[in-house]
Design a protein around this ligand. Sequence first.
Ligand SMILES: [Fe+2]
Ligand SMILES: [Fe+2]
Length: 237
Amino acid sequence: MQHEIVGKNPATKETLGDRAARDPAVARVFARFGIDYCCRGWQRLDEVCQKLGIAAEDVEQAIQQEIARHPSEKKIGWDQLSLRDLVHHVLSIYHEPLRPEMERLQGLAEKVSRVHRSKEPEMLPALEEAVHDLREDLLYHMQKEEIVLFPLIVEQRGPLLTGPMAVMHHEHETTGTLLSRIRELTGQFQPPEAACNSWRALYSGLEALEFSIMQHINFEEHILFPRGLQYSQGTEL
Ligand SMILES: [Fe+2]
Ligand SMILES: [Fe+2]
């Protein structure tokens, strides 16, 4: 991805997606401030902060504090890895754990909706349906990446990637919309005071899931896909 050149601070020249993909501390702070760095990761921090009504300086300060809290955590040198290694990273860190976790959360959503429906007769069935929709969406999406797109990336078929990547990009936006729906239904993942342990476990699991999916999409959109497009049959284009 091309970085736009603006401002004097090098950090402000980069898109949200690029910054979050290279530095885990940045991704955590963006998530804490509710800054979307995956589906809208092509924006810059100052633009987004203006829209959200928060000060970019506060976000930058929080990033520095987060980096200081994790001194041994390194920025990630994705440029050093091969396309095969990058694909392996997506499969092992995101795709494989996501399938059982989505099944677990769907089961939990069904249970909480069944047991506590009288307390939230509209929200809990809607949440159950949203979690179901997210699972269906992700299973289908990951299958397409694994069968169609990722083999093309590993085979370095750069020019053939444009169409499938456009489809995946569109699907990432759909996933982002589903995640927003879940965040909205759960009131930013805040369980009611009287919520039982299952209800609380559902909300904390969904919040962790949202963070993981955002990192997953961010990595594909800002690291894997741009790298894949650079190569054709072993040659950098
Ligand atoms: Fe994926
Ligand atoms: Fe994807």
